[in-house]
Design a protein around this ligand. Structure first.
Ligand code: MG
Length: 262
C-alpha cells in the first residue's frame, strides 16, 4: 500500500513531468499528515453473541411472554393466575379483572408486542380502547384507539403517558392488529436512593418512530407530576386493564446487554 504522503509526492512528480515545470510546493496547511495504521482501531473482541432472527418468528435470545398458547408467563398483580382470557390464540383483557404482570423481572429491554383495540367502537377519548404497557410496573407507554379519537395528546397511543407526546400518530383502524417495538432503558439509582440516570424510551408503533430516546421523568402519574423512587434493578412488566377488551399477541422481550456483558 502506498502511504498518503507518498501519493502526494507521486502526484507531484507526475504533474511536473506532464507540464515540464516544477509544481509549487504545497503550502504546509495542505500537506496530508501521516495517518496511523487502520489496525490500530480494529476491535476483535468481545464478539457479539450470535442471534438468529428468522423472517417469521422470534429472535433466538428473546424471552417469549405470549405466543398464543397460554398465559403461563403472566400473573395477576393481586396474586394468582392471570385472570384474562385466551381466545383463538389471542390474550384478551377480561374487563375489570385487573392488571397482569410478567412472572419474570426485567431491566433494560427490547419489547415486541401486538395489540388490537375492539372493532366495535364504544366510548371516546380515554374510554376507547385503553390499555398500556408498564415497564417495571411503573412507566407506561399508552395503548389507546387513537384512530379519529381526539384526547389529550400526551395520553394518545404512542405517548409516554402524561410525559411525552408521540412524534406522529400512525394508528390503524379499530379491530386491526398494531405493533409496538420498544426500547426501554431502566433507570439507575445512586446508593443513597436518589435517581442517578433516568429511564429512557424509544418507541416504534406500526414500524413508525413515535418516541426517540426520551427521558422518563418518573413513574406514570395520572394526577400530579412524576417523581422517582428507588426500586430494584429488575421488575415485572405489567399490562393495564382499563375496562376495554383489548387483544394481545406475539409478545417477547430481549434483555439489552453490551457485548461481553454477563
Ligand atoms: Mg392506558
Amino acid at each position: 500500500m502506498i502511504s498518503l504522503s507518498r501519493r502526494v509526492l507521486l502526484a507531484l512528480v507526475v504533474s511536473t513531468a506532464a507540464t515540464g515545470f516544477a509544481a509549487e510546493p504545497a503550502p504546509a496547511s495542505a500537506q496530508v499528515p501521516e495517518l496511523p495504521p487502520a489496525a490500530l482501531t480494529d476491535l476483535w473482541e468481545p464478539v457479539p453473541l450470535v442471534v438468529s432472527a428468522p423472517a417469521v418468528g422470534v429472535p433466538s435470545d428473546a424471552v417469549v411472554l405470549f405466543n398464543g398458547k397460554n398465559l403461563d408467563a403472566w400473573e395477576s398483580v393481586k396474586g394468582g393466575p392471570a385472570p384474562w382470557k385466551l381466545e383463538n390464540g389471542v390474550m384478551l383483557i377480561a374487563p375489570k379483572s385487573g392488571i397482569i404482570r410478567t412472572k419474570a423481572a426485567f431491566g433494560s429491554i427490547q419489547l415486541h408486542l401486538e395489540f388490537r383495540t375492539p372493532a366495535e367502537v364504544k366510548g371516546d377519548s380515554q374510554e376507547r380502547g385503553n390499555s398500556g404497557i408498564y415497564f417495571m410496573g411503573l412507566y407506561e407507554v399508552q395503548i389507546l384507539d387513537s384512530y379519529n379519537n381526539p384526547t389529550y395528546v400526551n395520553g394518545q397511543v404512542g405517548a409516554v403517558y402524561k410525559q411525552h407526546i408521540p412524534l406522529v400518530n400512525p394508528s390503524r383502524p379499530p379491530g386491526e392488529w398494531q405493533t409496538y417495538d420498544i426500547v426501554f432503558i431502566a433507570p439507575r439509582f445512586s446508593a443513597n436512593g436518589v435517581i442517578d440516570v433516568p429511564a429512557r424510551l424509544t418507541v416504534f408503533l406500526n414500524g413508525v418512530l413515535v418516541q426517540h430516546d426520551v427521558e422518563v421523568k418518573g413513574p406514570t402519574e395520572n394526577r400530579g407530576y412524576p417523581a422517582y423512587k428507588p426500586h430494584d434493578a429488575k421488575l415485572p412488566i405489567s399490562l393495564q386493564d382499563h375496562s376495554n377488551p383489548i387483544g394481545f399477541r406475539n409478545i417477547w422481550a430481549r434483555e439489552i446487554k453490551a457485548p461481553g456483558e454477563k
